[in-house]
Ligand binder design. Structure first.
Ligand SMILES: [Zn+2]
Length: 260
């Protein structure tokens, strides 16, 4: 996550499948902490990831990501709870903090996790945008919280789009493409094969720029999680059981401010 590191105020990390204890379709570093399947290993993997990154797991704050909200929480150490206590976990898709004593955590398999950092105000954000999240203003809302609650200027904010599903693999129905068209994102829909493909990160980039970020301050890792399912967990590529349950693991994403 070099764009965040380059700000000098924060560190950010995105896990790969390497290094955990999960087996089979979840192998190895499944960072799932809430989905029932493989949850015990997932939570142990989460602890192992924290250990490797020298993050105290008891200082990590997350959301119960629900894919459809544009809710952003401002958090600090007073918001720390047992991260594994799912019922107590707030339903939201964005987090913002200026507290160096906590780390922010997100998890995804194909959905985009986006990190934000403003080195002037020493404020960081993390948000989760699945394809449905690309149709609601979670990106704009997170930037607005950084601006309105922490005094950040959009022009100073750096954004890093983590590995997620790219246009090559995000094939979708015409009704989904229509929704993107209606929201003003026709330029990111490609009708080359039988079904439309959507460049979700193109949409996310446009939304970041709509929120006032400079294009040169936005970076994308650009590795498709679905093409590279050997390296990352992928919802779309992962196996599905006879009841339609996706048997994929989760990639974990951490960001935290450095102490001054
Ligand atoms: Zn792909």
């Amino acid at each position: 996550m070099s764009a965040i590191k380059a700000t000098g105020i924060a560190d950010a990390f995105f896990t790969t499948r390497i290094g955990g204890i999960s087996q089979g379709t979840y192998a190895e570093m499944n960072c799932n902490i809430y989905k029932k399947l493989d949850i015990d290993n997932g939570r142990e993997n989460f602890r192992l990831a924290c250990q490797a990154l020298e993050i105290d797991p008891e200082t990590v704050i997350t959301n119960r990501l629900i894919y459809l909200t544009d809710i952003v929480r401002c958090v600090g150490k007073e918001d720390i709870i047992d991260i594994f206590d799912e019922p107590a976990s707030a339903h939201a898709d964005g987090l913002v903090t200026n507290d160096p004593d906590i780390a922010l955590y997100m998890y995804a398999a194909d959905c985009a996790i986006i990190f934000l950092a403003d080195s002037e105000k020493r404020v960081i954000g993390a948000l989760h945008a699945g394809w449905k999240g690309s149709l609601i203003p979670i990106i704009e809302n997170t930037v607005a919280v950084m601006r309105d609650k922490y005094g950040c200027c959009s022009e100073n904010i750096v954004a890093q789009i983590c590995p997620s599903i790219e246009q090559c693999c995000f094939e979708t129905g015409f009704e989904v493409a229509e929704q993107f068209e209606e929201n003003g994102f026709s330029e990111f829909i490609y009708y080359e094969g039988e079904k439309p493909h959507i460049d979700l990160n193109g949409v996310n980039l446009k939304r970041l720029m709509n929120a006032g970020l400079k294009k040169e301050n936005i970076s994308k890792v650009g590795i498709c999680t679905c093409c590279h399912s050997d390296l990352f967990h992928s919802y779309r590529r992962g196996p599905v059981d006879e009841n339609g349950v996706h048997l994929n693991g989760m990639n974990g994403a951490f960001i935290r401010l450095k102490r001054q």
